[in-house]
Design a protein around this ligand. Structure first.
Ligand code: C5P
Length: 297
């Protein structure tokens, strides 16, 4: 058994986020098309005398270091399942924007689960790990599998999707965060009658064909009006990226990170430079998709 294990986990963007009505359990039924993007957190677990978390990197100051952190909950969940004490030091090296709608917290949960499984030699199967991920949060299973997938139910039931080519993205990191439950509540207020969500055939075809222009025409996010209502300045960020040549501009998940689909690497660079120069965001990151899921390094 090795003394420490490091797992690298990607961020995600939702190229379609179709949201239905609130269910009896408070969650919303979704048709959620996830695409993993090449911005990564690294989660390292080392045997210790008690469970503790440290975090370095971009936005590390905003990451909770107590048991509300999904990485800590992942270690406790797996340990509880196998009757082990969850005594590990979890170190998170953050590069995914914090509270940004890019599943950074979910990535850390999936990463800690895979890392603890390897450190403890628990040998949980893929199906069991996915089930534990779903218990941790709606987006956590996708952080484990990566690539592209359609999530249904509350987003946790995954069907892998074929992607016929790579796509270039720019992500504008906003000053401040948005609470996911607050964005869903605003969605409920703005959408008294939400139709049943379904995946867009045009979007799935664009992914399968690796056709960036078709993808740009098909992306959608039902949470975007709610995110813009709570964070109106995101309109300026979206407009800046569009003026700089982005083929599509949308809020990533529940926001406030905004995502821009670019024709190629050079166009992505131009969009990122324009976003930074405009002062309408705190940082602009270029990344490619699809990216692989959680991986032991
Ligand atoms: O599953 P997760 O803990 O990531 O969800 C965070 C919050 O987002 C939930 O408490 C709920 O308010 C909202 N949510 C929802 N419907 C979903 C997923 C999340 O209402 N399908």
């Amino acid at each position: 058994m090795s003394a420490s294990v490091t797992v690298r986990v990607p961020a995600k963007v939702n190229v379609q986020l179709a949201v239905g009505a609130a269910r009896a359990d408070g969650f919303h039924d979704l048709a959620n098309v996830f695409l993993a993007v090449g911005l990564y957190d690294e989660v390292t677990v080392t045997a210790a005398d008690r469970l503790r978390i440290t975090c370095d990197g971009v936005g590390a100051g905003q990451v909770p270091l107590d048991r509300t952190n999904l990485a800590a909950r992942a270690a406790e969940l797996l340990a509880g399942r196998y009757g082990i004490a969850p005594d590990v030091h979890i170190h998170i090296d953050k590069d995914i924007p914090v509270a940004g709608g890019m599943a950074g917290g979910s990535a850390d949960g999936a990463g800690a689960l895979v890392a603890c499984d390897a450190l403890w030699g628990t040998g949980a199967g893929r199906g069991e790990l996915l089930e534990l991920c779903a218990e941790l949060g709606s987006d956590v299973p996708f952080s484990l599998v990566g690539g592209a997938a359609l999530g249904t139910g509350r987003g946790e039931k995954l069907e892998p999707l074929d992607v016929g080519g790579g796509f270039w993205w720019v992500f504008a990191v906003a000053d401040g965060g948005l609470s996911t439950p607050a964005v869903y509540r605003e969605f409920d207020r703005l959408t008294p009658v939400a139709p049943a969500p379904g995946a867009s055939p045009a979007l799935l075809a664009a992914l399968r064909d690796g056709d960036v222009r078709a993808l740009a025409g098909a992306v959608s996010n039902d949470l975007q009006p709610a995110a813009l209502s709570l964070f109106p300045s995101l309109r300026d960020t979206l407009a800046t990226g569009t003026e700089a040549g982005a083929l599509a501009a949308l809020v990533s998940g529940s926001g406030p990170t905004t995502a821009f689909l670019a024709a190629d690497a050079e166009s992505a660079r131009r969009v990122a430079d324009a976003l930074l120069a405009s002062g309408t965001c705190r940082a602009a990151r270029v990344a490619q998709s699809p990216a692989p899921g959680a991986m032991v390094l």
